[in-house]
Write a protein that binds this ligand. Sequence first.
Ligand code: FES
Length: 178
Amino acid sequence: MENSLECTSPSLSRRKLLNFLTGAALATTAGAALYPVAKVFVPPVEKTGVGGAVRAKDKLGNPIPASQILIEPPGTRALVAGIAAQPTYLTLQNDGTLSDRGIVDDCTHLGCTFPWNEQAQEFQCPCHGSRYAPDGTVVRGPAGLPLKLVRVKVEGDRIWITPWMETDPRTGERPWWV
Ligand code: FES
């Protein structure tokens, strides 16, 4: 009986080879064309330091040298991009150093960002009027929880920001964000 599925025909093998080469060429071309498009939608993975530490950055994503902030007067609240690019306030202390506590600019009521009011010495949320003391505790609602803290460390000219996982010094309890 004649075997109709015989694949040893030279023309069939050549066709298979051509199909394979064409498919491989198309896949390579499509991959090369789509790679830049895919990169736009996939955020770059940020290199982190010990304990998930990230460098404090400016709004363009460039690391901010500590010396750039440390020349500001005591009491300055410097807004930087912190963990996951969250806006974070760093505080210049009277001795000219940075406080080891950063305050995340994310209102615990409904997540608005807020400015530091120098005159009132409060963070004041413009959305529904919540107010926070300099350490981030609630002065006036509707917010019910203190502002999230992060740990700030200066090493040389680098500012590192690390998640705050230990006891919240304002409440003496486990932080609500852990
Ligand atoms: S979001 Fe800040 S008070 Fe409502």
